[in-house]
Design a protein around this ligand. Sequence first.
Ligand code: HEM
Length: 510
Amino acid sequence: YDYFEKRNIPYVKPVPFFGQVWSFFTQEKHAVDVASEGYYMFPNTRISGVFMLRTPAYLVHDPVLFKEMAIKDFDHFTDHVSEVTIEHDPLLARSLFFANGARWRHHRNGLSPAFTGSKMRNMFVLVAKSAGDAMDRLMVFSRGKSFTMELRDLYSKLGNDAMTSISFGVEVDSLTDPENEFFLKGKRLAKVDGLPGLKILMTTILPGLFKFLRLGVLYKDVNEFYQEAVATNIRYREKNYIKRPDFIHLMLQARKNQLNTEQSEDDGLQSAGFSTAETHTVESQKDGAAEKLQWQDIDITAAAASFFFGGIESTTTLLCFASYELAVNPDVQARLQIEVDRAREELEDGKTPTYEILQKMKYLDMVVSETLRRWAPFGLTNRRCTKDYTFTNTDGTKVTIERGLNISIPLKSFHLDEKFFPDPLRFDPERFADPNQINQDAYVPFGTGLRNCIGSRLALMQAKCFLFYMLSNFTLQPGTKLTIPLVLDETSAGLNAKHGFWMNLVPRYV
Ligand code: HEM
């Protein structure tokens, strides 16, 4: 416990034996806030220390330092912190977020072309169809009258159906058939509360213990279900020469080394939005390790499942909080509806949005960007130091982070720091009216650098598409069961409202 004292680094005083872990288990505060405690205690340092049980770890306070670690000095921080093993978590350990080293390089290099603007535009047709069909069913359900719904439930069903279509090539309708297996397994796959939430937390705060206990995060039946579903799907496509603009198709192309970036086409497309994570080139390792890592069926399954795992919950969170802010800020909602209505006038059928139209909607982008700032779905990310790293602290002293130590990055704290965003708790899309006014080092909803979120374009496209449909057809008003201000669920590993997102959906046209 004298590790940081000796190095002259401010640190959160540990509870004997437990260190900061004690506070995680008392659950008085959300895990993200516990992990970010040092940020508020020590405002004048670029980094602070903390103990996980008896192991020292760091918390980055300076967004510029995070950026340097994530881009210029990436070779010191190539890994995320986690100890899920192929033996206990065959899918998760192969997924991009949890993979490290040569496997991560190979997968990131292979999958990146699947997320470019032109691929997203092709995929958008599937997302828009899924969302449009669901919205038609909601309209029928409403019979022209307003009704109350819990929106996390609604958006996770819509998200599940869209992701099942674009990840697995299967069309399901979870609104009318909530018992379909993709929805049930998807819920178990993406569960971030209860025991699975605790295990996810453990993979990052107590990775050593997690490995020692030989635990797995995903349920066994979930692993088996997806492996079988994807293997059957691949066989069917190969036999029947099926091509569909979805992830399985793109990954089958990656397997044959036929997945390319259409640079000229991508350059011609408008950005997916202000928040889009920057694209960086990640080379596969040249030492022969990549050759051994050909895409097996299980790697394709793992990639598709991880898009489910990483994508649905976070995009649903974005949609829930955006809807909440629209409901409690009716002037913002009215202005957005005017933009939606104008965009609809440009559409051939007056209702089905196109990728290009959505990208042109400036106010929609401002609302989404501000929601991601105010309510960052991932409040924290991490890196592991893979090579000793020295930098200069605010007081001029040199700090060396030793290889093997874990580092947390408090994305939420950056977003809610008044140094970077004045009056940070106020929801104000106007902040994004002029992007040059935004501190882009501190605005990091999708992380930063070579390990940033690969799915930002998809998340933005999907969220904007759902909001477009929702506001075309309904006005959102707070339901009687909605708590204002929102009370957060401190026990969930993700960001959630304790009592749900209860809203009245008032049809705009009868
Ligand atoms: C609003 C929705 C989303 C948010 C806020 C979000 C945020 C993030 C953040 C903060 C990270 C860590 C970045 C870092 O450490 O620098 C991340 C990583 C990742 N995200 Fe997302 N994400 C979202 C949606 C998605 C979607 C839709 C997908 C896939 C379809 C996805 C796939 C991933 C993957 C695979 C990684 C790991 C990347 C790697 O380690 O190379 N995410 N995301």
